[in-house]
Design a protein around this ligand. Structure first.
Ligand code: SF4
Ligand code: SF4
Ligand code: F3S
Length: 362
């Protein structure tokens, strides 16, 4: 087994192939304080990429309610059992096996909305909740493929049909090479490769690579009604750039955290945890950084983190991929790869006063 350094875990992990970081790495940040589960992202992805036969059940982007929702059924509960706390990564498999994993049953995919809008425990009608975190809570978790730095799907495929692109780190299945062994379905701890029963091959989120190649953010990102998403490229911590919005959120402010980092895959979708949810739940999902992330977000709400607040204004503000940003007194500006301005967002909503028809203004 080769070794690779996983910065999310701060240690080396086992990996079946000699790991090589791509030239740049696709990454998405999602602010869970703002998701309203309107499923616009789900439908945008579905109508763009998976409207075909054999893809009826397939949601490359899904939004599930925590704590009781999951697609496929129980994926996260099974994952935690498999990892035995955080003692193992999925690459610490017993002799003769490549990856620790399991294949969902066909029926496990049939309830994408299970648990939707259900709170953690029964609540009396008329209950008023005023304290943080909330004693009664739920939140929405949108999920896509994490385009992992150490993809379990790549590691598991006996046909070497899955590959990670050098130019942007997007993970793709080669439909010509795939023979439908479904080892990738078994291996992905996030259950983001799915089997097409008609084409007899596996398929997965393609990171909207034709858009990314044009300098555009993915469909699920730009259609998001709640403006909870931002796509860009992430550097490892030692190469973090303060002016890169993704690096700023993940490495500098440390408000955006990977989902189940203990898998060892270095997943590249980062979540700003919801501040209404008790820390013990957030820690098991996002690791020990959850407390710092929540505190920083709360401070922002009190006006103590103006730069962070400014960067959050970039979410949903442009279809173009922002490579850097600058904050002015009244606006935040994003730039493309060549340093050209792509969007300028006011930090305070402009206010227009329209006088009554009989009123005279000085
Ligand atoms: Fe592969 Fe799953 Fe990681 Fe996506 S999330 S790259 S499908 S292991
Ligand atoms: Fe679908 Fe593109 Fe979003 Fe992937 S990045 S879930 S392919 S819309
Ligand atoms: Fe490989 Fe998965 Fe196809 S294991 S052969 S990519 S179904």
């Amino acid at each position: 087994m080769a070794k690779g350094f996983n910065w999310q875990l701060g240690r080396e992990i086992n990996y079946p192939y000699e790991p090589k970081r791509p030239k740049r790495q696709f990454a998405v940040v999602m602010d869970l304080n703002k998701c309203i589960a309107c499923q616009t992202c789900t439908i945008a992805c579905k109508t763009t990429w998976t409207p075909g036969r054999g893809q009826e059940y397939m949601l490359w982007n899904n939004v599930e309610t925590k704590p009781w929702g999951f697609y496929p059924l129980g994926w996260d509960v099974k994952l935690l059992e498999l990892l035995d706390g955080d003692k193992k990564t999925v690459f610490d498999a017993p002799e003769g096996e490549r990856i620790l994993g399991w294949k969902p049953d066909d029926l496990d995919w049939m309830y994408p909305n299970i648990g939707e809008d259900e709170v953690n425990e029964p609540v009396d009608i008329g209950t008023v909740i005023e304290s943080f975190p909330h004693p009664i809570w739920m939140f929405y978790l949108p999920r896509i493929c994490n385009h992992c730095t150490y993809p379990a799907c790549v590691a598991a495929c006996p046909r070497q049909a899955i590959y990670k692109r050098e130019e942007d780190g997007i993970v793709l299945i080669d439909a010509e090479r795939c023979e439908g062994y479904q080892e990738c379905v078994k291996a992905c701890p996030y259950k983001k490769t799915m089997f097409n029963f008609v084409a007899r091959i596996s398929q997965k989120c393609i990171g909207c690579f034709p858009r990314v190649e044009e300098g555009l953010q993915p469909q699920c990102v730009i259609t998001c009604i709640g403006k909870i998403r931002l796509m860009g490229f992430i550097n490892p911590p030692e190469g973090a750039r303060q002016e890169n919005p993704i690096d700023f959120l993940v490495h500098i402010k440390k408000v955006a955290l990977p989902l189940y980092p203990q898998t060892g895959l270095e997943p590249n979708v980062y979540y700003i945890p919801p501040i209404n949810v008790p820390l013990r739940f957030l820690r098991q999902m996002f690791g020990q950084g959850a407390e710092h992330a929540v505190k920083t977000y709360m401070a922002m709400r009190e006006g103590k983190e103006p730069e962070l607040q400014a960067v959050l204004h970039l979410f949903g503000s442009t279809p173009y991929i922002p490579h850097s940003f600058a904050v002015g007194p009244n606006e935040v500006i994003a730039y493309d790869e060549k340093g050209k301005e792509i969007v300028r967002v006011p930090l305070v909503e402009p206010l227009q006063y329209r006088p009554h028809k009989d009123e005279k203004l000085d």
